[in-house]
Design a protein around this ligand. Sequence first.
Ligand code: GAF
Length: 383
Amino acid sequence: MNQKQALTELFAKTFGHQPTHYFQAPGRVNLIGEHTDYNDGFVLPCAIDYQAMIAASPRDDQKMVATAHSYDGQVSEFELSLPVSHSEEAFWSNYVRGVASVLMEKGMSLKGVNIAIIGNVPQGAGLSSSACLEVVTGLTLTRMSGLDISLKELALIGQKAENEFVGCNCGIMDQMVSACGREDHAMLLDCRSLDTRLVSIPKNAAVVIINSNVKRGLVDSEYNTRREQCEAAAKHFGVKALRDITFEQLEAGRNDLDELTYRRARHVVTENERTLAAAEALARGDLKAMGEFMAESHISMRDDFEITVPAIDGIVEIVKDVIGSEGGVRMTGGGFGGCVVALIPEEKVDAVKKAVHEHYPKYANGLTADIYICHASQGAGEA
Ligand code: GAF
């Protein structure tokens, strides 16, 4: 049974009739530009062919009744009127509640809906399973209420829900690429202006995601600490965000900056430069140059930003040994576990799979990795 069939079955079992609409929003993998989004910088992610999907039908009242496939069909419901409360017993529903709450705060009048949710984005792996749930919820609620809100606006609404309702202080990258990604393309996003430039992924290149299966520990607290350190550095330089300083300015002003804050800032400043250069390299199909930028990015995350873990560094080394200078590999996402992304010539895929399966358990106390060969996909829409 495919995902849509399983979703339809859950919907019919829960609500006793067939859905009238289907919507989807994809997860994402970031090729380069890590922890730059909340510094008003640049990122280069692509949407992937793993997604959250919603089946929906209108209701006569103003309730939202939601059920989730990943949580044994647990049902959670609330009124589409302010204020929306948090749910202790159905934590997953807080993403849905948060989006509904933000839409209402913006003055949008929402109509009652039944929804069933299914998703195949691995949870807790740093592939944006939460962001795509927020985006697909926003899309469902607005379209079912006859509201024509742009995908960019839905991304911002998802981020606001995550920041203010769920309580995670994330940037805008994940929601933007889930909403606005394009098939076969990566998206260079300016996280200040939200301008995007699509960069086509070379035909012979495979996007390979390797899930370390290391449970991401302390991710929220470490994420927030990194954010605070970046903000402190920006304050030190008297700028709005680290996006506003060059490497030369950083070096010139480093004297009275403590070593740790300096290294955090150096990651962000150099990562922004690398991301812009990597987008150029990818646009000209230069996988070798792209690979060099990805390698530098990983080292910077490992040594300056300190967000990698030994198992992740191990995967990067294993893949590097197989691909040499053909393509690139680096940790992707927020860090402290999660996934590695490799952009490599298609003919190297089998060798990479074999090497990871053979050598990874040594680096990770017997853990095994999951490998997803992905296709850069279209952002949110009807399914
Ligand atoms: C997480 C966040 F949600 C993003 O906004 C981004 O900061 C990323 O970590 C790191 O680049 O996915």
